[in-house]
Ligand binder design. Structure first.
Ligand code: ADP
Ligand code: MG
Length: 644
C-alpha cells in the first residue's frame, strides 16, 4: 500500500476565548489514502471544521503536524503554503462562499487567475468545468441569481478547476434540502470515482454517511471510530493536474477585480471619489490661482526693467532743475547703469489726411529697451530721424496692417511752452517718417529721439529722468541719494517688496488650505478602505482558501484605492480646470465689453502640474490604502472565513 496522501499526527487545536481555553480538537491521528472518500461525521461543535481547516493548512495546529503528500505543510512559509494549497487542495464550504460581485464563470476562474494563468484560458476552463456540472447555461449569472444547489455546484466547479488531488468539503449540504443535498453528494461521488480525487467530507447529517468508503466519527474533538467500509473500489487513474503554480494574480486581473468592486459599490464609491475630487480640485484651483496671480503681477505690474528703475521728477516748488547738469550728476552716482531723460509733450498726430491725439515721448534711442518699448514692426528711430508709434496710435487711425505704416509720413504738431506763460506758446510742426510700431496697445505714444526733438524746441527742464540701477538691491540707496539732491523719486521697489511678501503669505495659505483638503480626502480614503476591508473580511478568507497569497490580496486592495485616487484626481482636475476656465472667460468677456485691451488669466494650470497632481493623488491614495491593504493581506484565512 502506498503512503497516505494525508497524515495527521497528534493534532490539537485550542482556542483562547477570553481567559478560557476551548479545546476544539485534541490528539487526533489520522491517515487518509489516495482515492478515499472519507466522511467525517459528528454532531455540531465536535471539531469537524477545525480538523478540516488544519488538514487544509488554513489554520495552524496548537500541537501536532499535518503531512500532505509527504510534505509537512506546517513548515511551509505562508506564500509557499498558499501555492501548495492551490496546487493540491480544493475546498467547498457550507455557505458556498462565492464572490457575489462576480458571475459564475469568473468565480470559477479565480483560482486559475490567482495562479497567474491567462485570462482567456482561465475563463475557458471555467466554462468547461461548469458545463460538466450541468451549469453551461448559468455561466453569466451572479450567485444571487442562482438556487442554493446551483451555487454549491459553482463552488464545486471552483474547487475542481485547478484539478486538485484532494477535495475538502465542509457541510456542503448544510444549507440545502435533502434531495438537493443528495444531488451534490452524487456529484462528489462521481468526481471521486471518475478522477480518483481524494475527498474528505464533513457532515453532521447521517443521511450522507453512506457515500463514503471511509467513515470517521468524531465527538468532543476526538476520533471515536474510524472504519473502512469498501476496500475493493475501482478507481480511475489519478487525474492529470495543472502545471504547478508559481505565478501570481496578474496585474491586469487584480486591476479587473478591483474595478469590479469599485463599480459594485456604486453610490458609495462615487461619494469617496467625490471626496478625493474635492480635495484635489481645491488644491488645483488654489495653486492655479496662485500661479495666475504671480504671472499677472510679474508681467503686468512690474516688467523686469521696472524693478531696477527710479523715476526722478522735479520738485513741486521747482527749487532744483531737471536739466542736463542734473542728468550728468545722477549719471556719476555709483550703481547707476543708465540715465534716460524724458521729454513728454501732447501732440496732434497726422498720417495722410487724418489726425489724432497722442503723447510725444522723446528719449535716447539706446534707452528704448529700458523704457519698455518693444517693436511689433519696423525698426527703432535713429538719433536724427524716424519715430516709433504705438499700436494704440495705429488703431486710432484704424490701421491694422502695421507693416504698411513703415516709411509712411507722419506729422507731429507740438505746443511748445514753458507752462507758465501761455501767450508765449507756439505750435511747432515736426515732419517725420514712421520707422517702427511698438506692441503697446494701451497708450497713444509717439517715441522719437531726444536730440532730434531739441532741433525744434529747447526745453528748460525734462519732464522726468529714468534711472537704471545695476542691481535691485541697490535701488533703495540710490533713491535716497537722489532724494537728498532735492528731487522727487518713485520706484516700484517698495511695492515689489510688499507684493512679494503678500505672495509668500498667499501661497503659504493656499498651500496649507490645499494640503488640508488633500489630507481630508486621504482620511476619507483610509476610512472607506477600512470599511471595505471589514465588509470583505469574509471574502479575503475565501480568496485565501482558494489560493490567494498575501500579495494577491494586497494588490486587489491597493489597486482599488489607486482607482479612487485616479478617478478622484481626474474629476477634481476637470472641475478645477473648468472653474478656472469659466472665471478666465468671464474676465475676458467683461474686459472686452469695457474695451480693455490685453488678456488676463487669473487661473493658470500648467499641464505638468495636472499630471503631477494625478500621479501624486494616486500615490497618496495608495498610502491611504496601504494600511488597510496590509491588514487585509495579513488576515488569517480561517478567522476571515468564520467572520460573517
Ligand atoms: P463543527 O465544525 O464540528 O461544528 P468546529 O470545529 O466549528 O465544530 O468547532 C469546534 C469547537 O471549537 C466548538 O466548541 C467551537 O465553539 C470552538 N471554536 C471553533 N472556532 C473557534 C474560534 N475561532 N474561537 C473560539 N472557539 C472556537
Ligand atoms: Mg463546522
Amino acid at each position: 500500500m502506498s503512503d497516505p496522501i494525508i497524515k495527521a499526527e497528534n493534532l490539537t487545536r485550542t482556542y483562547c476565548v477570553g481567559r478560557n481555553k476551548v479545546t476544539a480538537l485534541s490528539g487526533v491521528n489520522l491517515e487518509i489514502n489516495q482515492g478515499d472518500f472519507a466522511v467525517i461525521f459528528g454532531p455540531s461543535g465536535s471539531g469537524k471544521t477545525t480538523l478540516l481547516s488544519l488538514l487544509a493548512g488554513l489554520d495552524t495546529p496548537t500541537e501536532g503536524q499535518v503531512f500532505v503528500d509527504g510534505t509537512n505543510i506546517n513548515k511551509l512559509s505562508p506564500n509557499k503554503l498558499a501555492q501548495f494549497r492551490s496546487d493540491n487542495i480544493g475546498m467547498v464550504f457550507q455557505q458556498f462562499n462565492l464572490i457575489s460581485a462576480l458571475n459564475s464563470r469568473d468565480n470559477v476562474a479565480i483560482p486559475l487567475l490567482l495562479r497567474g494563468l491567462r485570462s482567456k484560458y482561465s475563463r475557458n476552463q471555467a466554462n468547461k468545468v461548469l458545463s460538466t456540472l450541468g451549469l453551461s447555461d448559468r455561466t453569466s449569472h451572479k450567485p444571487s441569481e442562482l438556487s442554493g444547489g446551483q451555487q454549491q455546484r459553482v463552488a464545486i466547479a471552483r474547487a475542481l478547476v485547478t484539478k486538485p488531488n484532494i477535495l475538502l468539503v465542509d457541510e456542503p449540504t448544510g444549507n440545502l434540502d435533502i434531495p438537493t443535498g443528495n444531488d451534490i453528494l452524487e456529484i462528489l461521488k462521481e468526481i471521486n470515482t471518475k478522477f480518483g480525487t481524494t475527498i474528505i467530507l464533513v457532515t453532521h447529517n447521517p443521511e450522507f454517511v453512506k457515500y463514503g468508503n471511509r467513515i470517521i466519527n468524531v465527538a468532543d474533538g476526538k476520533i471515536i471510530q474510524d472504519r473502512t467500509v469498501d476496500t475493493k473500489r475501482e478507481l480511475a487513474e489519478n487525474i492529470s493536474s495543472l502545471p504547478a503554480s508559481n505565478g501570481h494574480l496578474s496585474i491586469f486581473e487584480a486591476f479587473r477585480l478591483a474595478m469590479v468592486h469599485f463599480f459594485n459599490k456604486g453610490f458609495r464609491a462615487f461619494l469617496t471619489t467625490l471626496g478625493v475630487a474635492m480635495g484635489v480640485g481645491s488644491v488645483v484651483a488654489l495653486v492655479s490661482l496662485g500661479i495666475g496671480l504671480q504671472t499677472i503681477t510679474s508681467s503686468q505690474l512690474a516688467s523686469f526693467s521696472d524693478l531696477v528703475s527710479i523715476t526722478v521728477t522735479a520738485n513741486k516748488d521747482a527749487t532744483t532743475n531737471l536739466d542736463d547738469t542734473t542728468v550728468s550728476r545722477i549719471k556719476s552716482l555709483s550703481h547707476v547703469a543708465m540715465v534716460s531723460p524724458n521729454l513728454t509733450l501732447p501732440a496732434q498726430v497726422s498720417i495722410g489726411n487724418s489726425s489724432s491725439q497722442g503723447i510725444v515721448e522723446a528719449i535716447k534711442p539706446e534707452a528704448l529697451d529700458f523704457e519698455g518699448v518693444t517693436l511689433s514692426a519696423g525698426t527703432a528711430f535713429k538719433n536724427d530721424s524716424g519715430v516709433i508709434i504705438t499700436k494704440a496710435v495705429a488703431k486710432s487711425f484704424n490701421i491694422t496692417n502695421l507693416e504698411s505704416l513703415i516709411g509712411e509720413d507722419i506729422t507731429l504738431s507740438l505746443v511748445s511752452s514753458d507752462g507758465t506763460d501761455l501767450s508765449q506758446a507756439k505750435i511747432v510742426t515736426v515732419p517725420e517718417k514712421i520707422s517702427g510700431v511698438s506692441d503697446d496697445d494701451m497708450s497713444s505714444n509717439i517715441y522719437l529721439s531726444l536730440t532730434h526733438l531739441k532741433n525744434y524746441i529747447s526745453p528748460d527742464n525734462y519732464n522726468a529722468v529714468k534711472v537704471k540701477i545695476d542691481n535691485r538691491t541697490n535701488v533703495e540707496a540710490v533713491k535716497n541719494t537722489i532724494d537728498t539732491m532735492g528731487f522727487n523719486t518713485t520706484s516700484v521697489v517698495d511695492l515689489i517688496n510688499r507684493v512679494d511678501k503678500v505672495f509668500l503669505i498667499t501661497q503659504l495659505t493656499l498651500g496649507i488650505i490645499g494640503g488640508v483638503a488633500l489630507l481630508i480626502a486621504l482620511i476619507g480614503i483610509v476610512n472607506i478602505m477600512t470599511i471595505a476591508l471589514l465588509e470583505r473580511t469574509h471574502e479575503v478568507g475565501v480568496l485565501k482558501a482558494i489560493g490567494a497569497t498575501a500579495l494577491d490580496i494586497r494588490r486587489i486592495f491597493e489597486y482599488e484605492v489607486i482607482l479612487y485616487g485616479f478617478f478622484g484626481a481626474i474629476l477634481g482636475v476637470a472641475a478645477a480646470w473648468s472653474f478656472g476656465w469659466g472665471i478666465n472667460s468671464l474676465i475676458a468677456y467683461f474686459m472686452q465689453r469695457e474695451n480693455i485691451a490685453g488678456n488676463i488669466a487669473l487661473f493658470v494650470t500648467p499641464v505638468s502640474f495636472i499630471i503631477l497632481m494625478i500621479v501624486l493623488t494616486m500615490f497618496i491614495s495608495l498610502m491611504g490604502g496601504w494600511f488597510p491593504a496590509k491588514k487585509a493581506a495579513k488576515l488569517s484565512a480561517m478567522e476571515a472565513l468564520r467572520y460573517e
